[in-house]
Design a binder for this molecule. Structure first.
Ligand SMILES: Nc1ncnc2c1ncn2[C@@H]1O[C@H](COP(=O)(O)OP(=O)(O)O)[C@@H](O)[C@H]1O
Ligand SMILES: [Mg+2]
Length: 234
């Protein structure tokens, strides 16, 4: 069974008498271990899809299965649980706590999940080392560059071993070098088997992913492997 199954997903927003169909009969499978970019112009439905994939909102109709759970049938209270257990979020603006160290920020989701202090500390150090911040464990946010803050955010997103890493314009606030480095971190995670979905409006970022899905007016316009030449080798 695919990690993500979307079947005939519709999302309709109602404002007064006006209805906007932001997603129209969207059907899609994503397998465990895939590295997928979802791109599309402003207004094409990316944020709406991110909210649904991230269990932040329900579709108006259709089915969403995540890791065997039929998310579309679950009440909002259970969406929160699924979100905490199965999804790691990475945002354009990092969303780290300002008066905490890198280590504390990464420990936080494990604290909510009631891991022991020792496990919190060991796993947080291990993750920060993996993203290249071994020598920044006790730095506060304002002592880190944007690229370093995003690395902390990636480590934090991975803390509870999520089935799905969901990134919303993760390089949008970074200079091109730091953005490149962050994409390299994603590539390394992909090689380790992590499922990753990046939502972006930037085709250059999408090229770094393994598969690229383009939205247009709430529908899938194209769905292609980004490196067809290497995919056909051997
Ligand atoms: N909360 C909302 N209420 C009404 N319409 C919305 C709302 N959110 C998004 N929309 C509409 O749904 C469509 C898709 O929006 P969105 O998912 O934000 O696209 P994108 O992230 O690709 O720019 C747009 O036409 C937008 O105006
Ligand atoms: Mg958007």
């Amino acid at each position: 069974m695919a990690l993500i199954i979307l079947r005939n997903i519709r999302k309709v927003y109602k404002t007064g008498n006006l209805e906007v169909a932001a997603l129209i009969n969207l059907t899609l499978n994503i397998e465990q271990g895939e590295f997928v970019a979802i791109i599309g112009q402003s207004g094409s439905g990316k944020t709406t899809l991110l909210d649904i994939l991230g269990c932040l909102s329900h579709p108006t109709s259709g089915e969403y299965w995540l890791d065997g759970d039929n998310v579309h049938l679950l009440p909002d209270s259970q969406l929160t649980t699924i979100r905490n257990k199965k999804i790691g979020f990475i945002f354009q603006t990092f969303h780290l706590l300002p008066r905490k160290t890198a280590l504390e920020n990464v420990q936080l989701p494990m604290m909510y999940a009631r891991a022991s202090r020792a496990i919190q500390h060991d796993r947080a150090s291990e993750l920060l080392t993996m993203v290249g911040l071994k020598d920044r464990l006790y730095h506060y946010n304002n002592q880190l560059s944007g690229g370093q803050q995003q690395r902390v955010a990636i480590a934090r997103a991975l803390a509870n071993r999520p089935a799905l890493l969901l990134a919303d314009e993760p390089t949008g606030n970074l200079d091109s070098q730091s953005g490149n480095d962050i994409l390299t971190v994603f590539e390394q995670l992909h090689q380790q088997g992590q499922t990753i979905i990046i939502i972006t409006h930037d085709p250059l970022i999408a090229q770094r992913a393994e598969r690229c899905i383009t939205l247009l007016d709430g529908k899938i316009m194209s769905d292609e492997m980004a490196h067809p030449s290497s995919a056909t080798k051997g």
